[in-house]
Design a protein around this ligand. Structure first.
Ligand SMILES: Nc1nc2c(c(=O)[nH]1)N[C@H]1C(S)=C(S)[C@@H](COP(=O)(O)O)O[C@H]1N2
Ligand SMILES: [Mo]
Length: 309
């Protein structure tokens, strides 16, 4: 009986899978407290051919199952506690090895850019994954505008530090040294797949997903995709990231998705593709570079991926 129930339930599930090309997936999704100019900017996005034929993860999972430790360590904490997070006005400081450093408003940053939709797999190091339709623009297009100097070899990103708004930052049990910091090598940052996102499912980003501006690097573990960015610094030397400071043996600087390099506490060979259920754990094989090897493997030629994990 149980087996019969299970197969029925998974058959039902697959018939409900969200096809990336079905516009009804986007119905009923609302914008978050964004100013009018940002809503308009996001809703004017162009589709791109960078997508996938895999089923989209439903919006309810994308916006309710989150890692955003600034709002708590539980998966549902960010959706619960980020609701009032103030994302307007917002500005980003650009500094370090650029000819045009400064503080730029989000409006300045987005003004000359066209938003596009990118449907990417997101693979968390905890071995769950989603397929998310982001709206954003290539990070490289933004960096170019500030004229990086020849000494710029790395990019460091920093999340807002505001314990009044972000309860996780004042928790006594917090083991992250705030603010959250991430980094990329310059060629990774300039790669056309590397996105700065301002929306998902055609609307402005929910705060729990990193509003108003977050990074998305689809071939790396999710923790590289830093949320609610307030500072971008170009550097000659490799920055120290939050997760490296916590546990350098567990979280490397590169963090490229790799089923052959296990995390010390769990295997990376498989992943749970959300949504999952008791009858359908939805286990699938993890792909090298999260399925983006054709686009990015050349960046790591000659590198030992087991050592530079
Ligand atoms: N500032 C900040 N950025 C963050 C995190 C975080 O805790 N703080 N969590 C990371 C992790 S571990 C993952 S898997 C992704 C999750 O993104 P999502 O909630 O939009 O799916 O965000 C990443 N960006
Ligand atoms: Mo993650």
């Amino acid at each position: 009986m149980a087996a019969c129930d299970a197969s029925e339930s998974s058959a039902q599930k697959s018939s409900q899978q969200l096809s990336p090309s079905d516009p009804s997936n986007y119905q009923g999704i609302r914008d978050y407290q964004a100013p009018d100019w940002l809503r308009e900017k996001v809703s004017g996005y162009q589709s791109s051919d960078i997508m996938t034929d895999e089923a989209l993860t439903p919006y309810t999972d994308v916006a309710r199952y989150n890692n955003f430790y600034e709002f708590g360590t539980g998966k549902e904490d960010p959706a619960k506690y980020a609701g009032e997070f103030k994302t307007d006005p917002w500005s980003v400081v650009i500094e370090g090895e650029v000819e045009k450093p400064g503080r730029y408003t989000l409006e300045d940053i987005l003004k000359p850019l066209t938003m596009e939709e990118r449907i990417y797999r997101l693979r968390c190091v905890e071995a769950w994954s989603m397929v998310i339709p982001w709206v954003g623009f290539p990070l490289g297009k933004l960096l170019q505008r500030f004229n990086p100097t020849s000494r710029a070899k790395f990019v460091e990103f920093t999340t807002l530090h505001d314990p009044v708004q972000m309860p996780g930052q004042k928790s006594a049990f917090s083991y992250i040294q705030w603010p959250y910091v991430e980094g990329l090598r310059m060629d990774e940052a300039m790669h056309p797949l590397t996105l700065l996102a301002v929306g998902l499912y055609g609307k402005t980003l929910p705060p729990q997903n990193g509003a108003p501006l977050r990074l998305v690097v689809p071939w790396k573990y999710g923790f590289k995709s830093i949320k609610s960015i307030v500072k971008i610094r170009l550097l000659e030397t490799q920055p120290k990231t939050s997760w490296q400071s916590i546990a350098p043996s567990e979280y490397g600087f590169y963090a490229n998705v790799n089923p052959a390099v296990d995390h010390p506490r769990w295997s990376q060979a498989n992943e749970r593709r959300l949504p999952t259920s008791l009858f359908n754990p939805n286990r699938i094989a993890t792909q090298i570079f999260n399925g983006y090897a054709e686009e990015v493997a050349h960046l790591y030629q000659g590198m030992d991926l087991k050592r530079s994990f």
